[in-house]
Write a protein that binds this ligand. Structure first.
Ligand code: SF4
Length: 365
């Protein structure tokens, strides 16, 4: 696997999906020596269940630990510090992380209770927990979701959980972007396994999950976050810490050079899925018929961007999306399935960023 590669797998067997991504990336070879200390860093920022769109699904932790143990790694740990105001042990319990650690006999370290040291991070002093720096290899397991201050949160910002609480508070006083970029210059070699199962629309603590049923794999955290912008209808230029991290040499946000590797096809959405009122409001502008999960999720994110811009109003024709529309005429649709519609956006699936531009230009007055 190269730093330009983006691995994507769809489905609902999350444990197996995690194992397949790690196998395709050959993470065991990337880590090397079986005696190395491998730390898994989920997102357990708050005491909320993964189904709310806030925290990493425990099945991804289970799949990752199984993969590592099957490949002979014995020094595995899970490390995390919840955000200021929540207790890490409660967050680990809410996400089912504590149970996974017991099942696989892997220690969980609460970084809110860890010691720390101060480091020079490319011209900015940053305090980092000792368990984080003790790891030879990190598996960063963020949730792809929105954030009220930074717009998105994924690989780069997930590493804020490696800080002592006082340092997390200081990051907020510094406006988050610059310290997040500098923090990432201190992070050891890592693989990024992204939980893109049902991340929240725009809040770190969840509440409005958008079902995508995807798991992604990256080596480059900057490329990861740039891709997340695309998935949520933003530009990487909208998120200051991405460009700052790129300038510090953490990685590249050049999506034109990215090599997207799908491990399978998208699958049909779960018909029993419950939507929150907020997501239902956006979904009212759509006419889905057998739409694939990631395609439909991207449309919800795109509609949220249009809502932010004040462009949603009564009377707009609903946007067709889904496999039933193949060969059918209609007014407006997104995805290759709607190619017979008067106005349509190609792509299978199209990106949320492209959906935003398309709908902005083509939705009827
Ligand atoms: S364009 Fe059609 S087949 Fe392709 S992802 Fe969207 S709904 Fe699925």
């Amino acid at each position: 696997m190269t730093k330009q590669d983006i691995l994507i797998i769809h489905g609902t067997d999350y444990k197996e999906m995690a194992k397949q991504i790690l196998t395709r990336a050959d993470v065991a070879a990337l880590i090397g020596d079986r005696d190395k200390q491998v730390a898994l860093k989920p997102n357990l920022a708050s005491a909320n269940a993964p189904s709310t769109g806030a925290t990493t699904h425990p099945q991804l932790l289970a799949g990752t630990i199984e993969y590592l143990q099957e490949h002979g790694f014995h020094h595995i740990s899970v490390i995390e510090g919840a955000w200021v105001g929540d207790r890490t042990d409660l967050a680990a319990r809410a996400a089912g992380c504590d149970k996974v650690c017991r099942t696989y006999n892997v220690p969980f370290y609460d970084l809110q209770k860890d010691s720390w040291k101060e480091y020079d991070a490319h011209g900015m002093n940053i305090r980092l927990c000792d368990r984080a720096t003790a790891a030879d290899y990190l598996i960063n397991m963020p949730v792809l979701k929105g954030h009220c201050q930074t717009l998105i949160t994924c690989a780069l910002k997930n590493n804020k959980g490696l800080l002592p609480n006082a340092e997390k508070r200081r990051f907020h006083t510094l406006g988050l972007h610059r310290p997040i970029a500098h923090l990432n210059t201190l992070i050891p070699d890592s693989f990024i396994l992204v939980d893109n199962i049902c991340g929240d629309l725009d809040f770190e603590e969840g509440g409005n999950p958008v079902v995508m049923n995807r798991v992604l794999g990256f080596l480059d955290p900057v490329l990861c976050d740039a891709y997340v912008c695309d998935c949520m209808g933003y530009s990487p230029d909208d998120v200051e810490y991405i460009r700052l991290a790129e300038a510090l040499g953490v990685g590249s946000a050049d999506l034109s050079a990215a090599n997207i590797i799908p491990l399978n096809e998208d699958c049909l959405p779960d018909r029993k899925l419950e939507m929150t009122r907020r997501v239902r409001t956006l979904a009212a502008y759509t006419a889905p018929k057998d739409a694939c999960s990631a395609c439909y999720g991207s449309l919800i994110y795109a509609l949220d961007r249009l809502s932010d811009a004040g462009l949603l109003r009564r009377g707009l024709p609903p946007v067709s999306i889904g496999q039933v529309y193949k060969g059918r005429t209609g007014e407006i649709g997104v995805g290759s399935c709607t190619s017979c519609h008067q106005k349509h956006l190609n792509g299978c699936p199209p990106k949320a960023a492209d959906m935003v531009d398309f709908l902005r230009e083509n939705w009827a007055e």
